[in-house]
Write a protein that binds this ligand. Structure first.
Ligand SMILES: NC(=O)c1ccc[n+]([C@@H]2O[C@H](COP(=O)([O-])OP(=O)(O)OC[C@H]3O[C@@H](n4cnc5c(N)ncnc54)[C@H](OP(=O)(O)O)[C@@H]3O)[C@@H](O)[C@H]2O)c1
Length: 298
């Protein structure tokens, strides 16, 4: 990696941003990190990356000149920003394996999300090809590791609050949670590629486990005995219209039914292209967000 180069990080509040800023700074990079709100303080961005407020959806943008742009934004926000950048030779952008896994979801909103991602990937690759910018598209599975993810940390939050976790029986859908720092390492590894024109890589985590095992690991990391409430799949399906209104935070009932669907992806192409070697799924209370104190009763 070259020393003293300048990078722009779009999506400073992403869980990947702190890890990426540290990995880049270790190799002599500096620059700016942009998002609408100031990013959370833990874990912090490296001071080599100054935060600047920025709304990707607003007109009249000034993004300036950079060697490399890393996008941690929802991918569809990126293609319209490209005309506002100057002199950029390389883009490393995060998409999602949802492009595969939500394409045939029973929930129309999830299918639309997969479609938006796929369309954004096509647009980005086409623009980069036309303008001679090299582009790496990275598709992670479910991300954890900063304590502020909406996957593992939310499971931990539910367990802390209620003492149990509901799993649609038998909860055998396979998962490959990926640590945000492994994604940061993968993104920086793309800098070493010989000018790739449109490389797209799935980035699963280093361990495959069932949804139920994943939940049991969260209980263990919280120092609790697993209390898993089995929900009959037929009942969840029958209650889907009600659940669509009742679930908090815009979560889809399809998410519950996916607990029995394998969401596994092949890391071999990423391993060959960029030496990708993600860690196994290891949890400590510090990775779970919220209140890390041990519960008084188990
Ligand atoms: N979370 C997952 O498990 C997961 C799984 C697969 C792929 N991914 C992808 O991986 C990347 C990072 O995911 P993440 O969950 O860490 O990120 P995230 O929490 O969704 O954060 C995205 C970042 O984009 C910023 N942002 C959103 N809308 C914006 C706008 N209009 N203008 C400027 N900034 C905007 C957000 O900050 P502000 O809101 O403050 O602007 C935040 O800094 C994303 O591309 C995501 O789609 C995530």
């Amino acid at each position: 990696m070259n020393d003293g180069r300048r990078a722009l990080l779009l999506g400073a509040g992403s869980q990947i941003a702190p890890f990426l800023s540290h990995r880049l700074a270790e190799s002599g990079w500096s620059g700016e990190a942009l998002s609408r709100r100031s990013p959370p303080l833990t874990p912090p961005l490296h001071p080599a990356f100054a935060w600047r407020p920025h709304d990707a959806a607003s007109p009249g943008l000034v993004l300036g000149a950079w060697d490399t742009v890393f996008s941690l934004l929802p991918l569809w926000l990126l293609p319209p920003l490209l005309p506002h950048l100057q002199g950029v030779r390389q883009i490393v952008a995060f998409s999602s394996t949802s492009v595969h896994s939500k394409a045939s979801s029973p929930d129309p909103a999830e299918r639309a999300l997969a479609g938006r991602l796929a369309e954004a990937e096509r647009k980005l690759l086409a623009i980069c090809q036309a303008t001679g910018m090299s582009c790496s598209l990275l598709r992670p599975t479910l991300i954890y590791g900063s304590g502020r993810d909406r996957n593992i940390s939310l499971i931990a939050q539910f367990i802390r609050r209620h003492g149990f976790f509901p799993v649609v029986s038998p909860g055998r859908g396979q998962r490959q949670p990926v640590h945000a720092d492994d994604l940061a390492t993968a993104a920086t590894a793309c800098l070493q590629l010989p000018a790739p024109q449109g490389l797209t890589l799935d980035l699963p985590g280093g361990e495959t486990l069932t949804f139920r095992e994943m939940v049991a690991r969260v209980f263990a990391a919280l120092g609790r005995r697993p209390v898993i409430l089995p929900l009959p799949a037929l009942l969840v399906r029958a209650c889907s219209p009600w659940l669509a209104r009742a679930l908090p935070g815009g979560y889809s009932p399809a998410l519950l039914l996916r607990m029995n669907q394998d969401l596994c992806f092949d890391a071999t192409p990423a391993s060959r292209a960029i030496g990708y070697r993600p860690r196994s799924f290891r949890l400590e209370p510090g990775l779970l967000g919220g209140d890390h104190r041990q519960p008084s009763k188990s």
